[in-house]
Ligand binder design. Structure first.
Ligand code: ATP
Ligand code: ZN
Length: 767
């Protein structure tokens, strides 16, 4: 008899830890680690996941007292190492074990079970995602001597079509009426063979010229150094990390491709993470053109069926390179030699629902557990990664930074001009585009090239700003920017809770607290308005393509817009953050940033870092080919270090000031920051829970150096959908086990009375 440890997935209860069950002999071949099983638990059936099996009964239990596993519901989806990783995630991010295990399951797998009759076997109520088979027809040898009857024109057409190669019967039927019966007739005569093949969904195609990845003749010196460092880390096989710190257009993708080639040559596979939004045909195409069918692609814009097929390619060992969004980390690739995270600074690597993990941290742990290397790439690495490289190691792994300061083939970084918009306003400029940007756009059109215009939408209309002096009202007590609440006509401070009534422009009572101007207005213009103004400014033969949440909603829309931009002779691409990264169009010679500073005033300690990252990334879209590029950054805060750093292509201008400030105030990367959010319908309950939680955390933390508990206070978004939201922030030393401590505090609450609690370790969203 063997025994299995099973983690139960019972939605309404949080049971931590695994329970022991016996494996009946008839199920012995099916009950493996990673399998989904049905067991009985307190007199009803429950779904669970096997996380370990053992030949000996658990200590202290008599074998006849152990309940048997009743049924196997789904085959193994993960192995022992993955099970251990899930346990690590649960502890590190203070979530339940089933929450940590679910990302590893097959796409579409659900927790609910049903059965058709009282004694029928139970089945999972999965989304319809399982494998799909297609019937393929092909000519048999006998076709060479076969002459269809004169009346059999359909048979003739089918044979004709199949001479080009095998085809799906459904496809034949679409072009030849009655093809299916002709195929059956021909099959009976032995002229055609029909076979069932697994259909694989989700292998999208593109016409984008830049989606191919022709192998360059030689790598640059920077690329060679980066590749050597990654190879060395892979050979060391203990989870060492290499940060590829390469300027925009320096050829990081080529480094990844070469490193993966080396990994494959040694019989190991690779996981490649790219931000969801840049998982476009362009990026995927580069990997496919180098590795063909050995690539599986996983992201959320695929249908469940498509994701299932791609996932199954990995599990069945047919694909060894997985390219995907952060969840690709959980793909069933057993023999991982290399993990790559492109644009590692991206905030989207942090998941905002349970499990609230950060892909960089999970990848580091996975690399350690699998004896693989982790390569992080960015033109604007996160302060966390830079700091770990300075220290040389983190959590037992070596962190090495390799610089790639040059673009290959002699192309140079673009010239950057910062335009002070307050000055433009004082000079009478009231439009969306400053004088210098208008001139640059006209010159670009004359040269018949392409331009990219970024409209920053984050932080939009969250605060008031004076158009004349650029001032943003701040709290006199906390020096955080005041948030504007349009409905209540009020400015509020989210650190101390104070608020002031105010009316924004065009109300006649408006007045800037700094200069008295009446142009104190909510901040922002929409992409639609930019598009309209552009059309008025430029000749009609210039194509204007708008890319934002509205125009990219439809499936494949993102790709079609880029293909249009690619195919155009002279065009302007206007878009939100989604256009800032990854795009590689050599004809783009102008990049304009309409409003560089909307994020700077957000009550978020990473606001400046995010602004710098975004500007540097979008600037990097210019001049990637032979022609030099130009960048125009419009801002009301021309002296901010982020602007100056981008203008001079010198990160240290921003970095030194920023690191000093973070060290001073004890923010990451010099500490860990956890945000505990409590929300619910009753404000009283929410307050009671946050107060108890704050007291519990303070009691545990005591006066331990490096720990600090802030709050409780209202969240920036204090009310969402009629629910009150309060939070508590906890700062801890970088090596502290924050998740375990906060998890225990939450578990020890005396009551949670209709409140929801989210423990967000290493939080990115402070709102
Ligand atoms: N060694 C090389 N020789 C010539 N061309 C190269 C070489 N390496 C890369 N390239 C080309 O340089 C261009 C930029 O490369 P890539 O897109 O990989 O840059 P990147 O570093 O990822 O940039 P970004 O961070 O801005 O997205 C691509 O068109 C690529 O084909
Ligand atoms: Zn205040």
């Amino acid at each position: 008899m063997r025994y299995a440890s099973v983690v139960l997935d019972i939605p309404t209860r949080s049971l931590d830890g695994a329970f022991e069950y016996a494996i009946p002999p008839e199920l012995e071949h099916e009950v493996k680690t990673g399998a989904t099983v049905l067991v009985s638990f307190s007199h009803r059936v429950a779904v669970g996941y096997v996380v370990a099996t053992s030949p000996v009964p658990p200590a202290g239990l008599k074998s006849e007292k152990i309940n048997p596993i009743e049924q196997v519901l789904a085959p193994p989806a993960f192995d022992e190492t993955a099970a251990a990783l899930a346990a690590w995630i649960a502890r590190e991010y203070a979530c339940t074990l089933p929450d940590a295990i679910r990302p590893f399951l097959a796409p579409g797998q659900k927790v609910k079970v049903t059965r058709s009759a009282p004694d029928a076997p139970w089945e999972l109520q999965n989304e319809r995602a399982g494998a799909v088979d297609a019937r393929w027809a092909a000519l048999a040898l006998a076709a060479n001597d076969y002459e269809p009857a004169r009346s059999a024109s359909r048979q003739r057409a089918v044979i004709e079509a199949l001479r080009e190669g095998p085809q799906r019967v459904s496809e034949l039927s679409a072009t030849i009426p009655g093809a299916a019966s002709a195929v059956s007739a021909l099959e009976k005569r032995g002229v055609v063979v029909v076979e069932t093949r697994r259909q694989i969904r989700g292998g999208d195609q593109t016409t984008l010229s830049s989606a191919a990845a022709p192998r360059p003749e030689h790598l640059t010196a920077g690329q060679r150094a980066a590749l050597a460092a990654i190879d060395a880390a892979r050979t060391a096989a203990r989870g060492d990390v290499v940060l590829v710190d390469g300027v925009t257009g320096s050829g990081k993708t080529e480094v990844y491709l070469a490193a993966i080639e080396h990994a494959l040559a040694q019989g190991t596979g690779a996981l490649v993470l790219v931000p969801e939004i840049s998982l476009t045909a362009q990026t995927v195409g580069r990997f496919r053109s180098r590795f063909g069918d050995n690539v599986a692609v996983l992201h959320s814009r695929l249908s469940t069926g498509e994701r299932y097929d791609q996932w199954d390619l990995v599990r069945s060992g047919r694909a060894h390179v997985v390219v995907g969004a952060r969840s690709a980390l959980f793909a069933p690739l057993a023999n991982v030699g290399l993990i790559i995270i492109d644009e590692e600074h991206e905030g989207s690597y942090k998941q905002d629902k349970s499990p609230r993990y950060h892909a960089r941290e999970v990848a580091a742990e996975l690399a350690r557990a699998r004896g693989a290397a982790l390569a992080l790439g960015s033109a604007t690495p996160s302060l966390e990664s830079l700091q770990r490289c300075r220290a040389g190691s983190f959590r037992g792994a070596t962190w090495t930074r390799v610089e790639m300061p040059e673009r290959p083939g002699g192309s140079v970084l673009p010239r950057v001009t910062v335009v002070d918009m307050a000055e433009q306003f004082r000079g009478g400029g009231r439009g969306v585009f400053s004088g210098p940007l208008v001139q640059a756009l006209r010159a670009m059109v004359e040269r018949r090239e392409k331009a990219v215009l970024l409209l920053n939408r984050r932080g939009f209309a969250n605060f008031l700003m004076c158009r004349e002096c650029g001032c943003v009202p701040e709290c006199p007590h906390c020096s955080t920017a005041l948030t504007y609440h349009e409905r209540g006509h009020m400015l509020a401070c989210h650190s101390c809770g104070r608020s002031w009534p105010v009316r924004a422009y065009p109300d006649p009572s408006t007045s800037c607290p700094n200069c008295g101007s009446r142009y104190l207005a909510a901040f922002g213009v929409g992409t639609q308005r930019v598009e309209d103004e552009l059309s008025m400014l430029l000749p009609p033969d210039v194509e204007v393509i708008r890319m934002d949440a509205d125009t990219t909603r439809a499936k494949g829309a993102h790709q079609r817009l880029l293909e249009r931009f690619d195919a155009a002779e002279c065009a302007v691409l206007v878009g939100t953050q989604m256009i800032a990264k990854g795009l590689d169009f050599p004809e783009v010679t102008l990049v304009g940033v309409i409003n560089a500073d909307t994020m700077l005033k957000l009550p978020d300690f990473r606001a400046a870092e995010r602004t710098y990252d975004l500007l540097e990334q979008v600037a990097g879209r210019a001049g990637r080919g032979e022609r030099p590029g130009e960048v125009i950054v419009q801002t009301y805060w021309a002296t901010h270090p982020a602007m100056r750093a981008v203008a001079s292509h010198d990160r240290s201008v921003f970095l030194d000031a920023e690191l000093a400030e973070r060290a001073e105030s004890g923010y990451p990367p010099f500490s860990r920051l956890a945000n505990v959010i409590v929300w619910g319908r009753s404000e009283r309950d929410v307050r009671a829970v946050t107060d108890e939680l704050a007291a519990a955390v303070r009691a545990r933390v005591g006066r331990t150096p490096g720990w600090e508990v802030l709050g409780p206070a209202d969240c920036v978004k204090a009310r969402v959908k009629d629910q009150t939201r309060r939070h508590l922030m906890v700062k801890a030393p970088v090596d502290a086990d924050v998740g375990a401590l906060l998890g225990a505090c939450v578990a020890g609450l005396s009551r949670r009375a209709g409140s929801n609690i989210a423990v967000d370790i290493d939080a990115y969203d402070m709102m």
